[in-house]
Design a protein around this ligand. Structure first.
Ligand code: ADP
Ligand code: MG
Length: 220
């Protein structure tokens, strides 16, 4: 890539964006004003210094754009990084934002599911790969059904006995009559970069360094 073309930086359009923007600003990545215009339908924006192009995509797609080198860097939750397990993704900086956990939950009154039980365990989740791996480690062969949201509905409607979903306060689970039984992983958002771009483009290494030294405010 020529030095003249801007670096592409991918950010998730959803809930971590508000926390990500101040972190990006400390690292010198500030989107142009149009980025904050709710009526603007553009998906790609210049940075104030024009050195970076900022694309706004779904959280899972941030990882995909960066893994394939279509974007050189981005910000995404460790849940997404682990679910895809792309070899071309490198996650050098924990930004400490977007804290939550990936957990297993079940209806309040349902029986314990034991490994070796002959009956089938179906799990509704946005994270089929992580869920399958976790249940396999417990000796349970789970059939993971991919949903993109509202996992909490699945048990009551007979779609699955368990769900695997992100939890922060636990309020959504509680409101849907579910209890958290296990934590699969703790989640925070990371700076991610494309490995090949990191090796070949010195601007990517410089960006990583700026996030490492300036962006992360260590908890007091
Ligand atoms: P999308 O709907 O495009 O998948 P979201 O806006 O829901 O994206 O963002 C989801 C990301 O936000 C997750 O991948 C996770 O890293 C982070 N996150 C932090 N806290 C929560 C939470 N309580 N629930 C869901 N996602 C959370
Ligand atoms: Mg969402």
């Amino acid at each position: 890539m020529s030095a003249a073309s801007p670096l592409i930086f991918a950010v998730p359009k959803g809930r971590i964006l508000d926390e990500a923007l101040p972190v990006m600003a400390r690292a010198g990545v500030v989107p142009e004003a149009a980025f904050h215009d709710k009526n603007d339908r553009a998906l790609s924006f210049a940075s104030e210094d024009r050195a970076t192009q900022i694309i706004r995509v779904r959280a899972f797609d941030v990882a995909t754009f960066v893994a394939f080198g279509a974007a050189q860097a981005g910000i995404v939750g460790s849940d997404v990084i682990e679910e895809f397990d792309y070899s071309e993704l490198y996650a050098p900086v924990d930004l400490g934002i977007g804290q939550c956990r990936l957990s297993v939950a079940q209806p309040k009154d349902s029986a314990e599911y034991l490994p070796g039980n002959a009956s089938h365990l179906r799990v509704a989740t946005k994270y089929p790969s992580l869920a399958k791996r976790w249940f396999a480690r417990q000796g349970i062969q789970a059939e993971c059904v991919k949903l993109n949201g509202a996992m909490e509905l699945a048990p009551a409607l007979g779609l699955s006995m368990r769900i695997v979903d992100l939890v922060s306060t636990g309020r959504t689970l509680k409101d849907n009559g579910l209890v958290e039984t296990d934590t699969i992983m703790q989640v925070t958002s990371r700076l991610i970069v494309n490995r090949a771009a990191l090796k070949t483009d010195p601007r990517v290494a410089a960006l990583v360094e700026r996030f490492r030294t300036e962006a992360v405010v260590l908890a007091a």
